[in-house]
Design a protein around this ligand. Sequence first.
Ligand SMILES: [Zn+2]
Length: 56
Amino acid sequence: MLWLKACRRCKGDLAEDRDIDGRYVACFQCGRRLNEVEEQLIRRVTAKERVASLAR
Ligand SMILES: [Zn+2]
């Protein structure tokens, strides 16, 4: 999963990745990781957009 220009700090691109602790979302440009709340928010927005595109 990829979110373009979604980083709050630098407006960079966020990408989902995984390590030994599990999945996380981090910025390509500045390396900032989203906290749990931010991650849930961005996933919810993505899910809504998907539903909207399916309805068209
Ligand atoms: Zn960033």
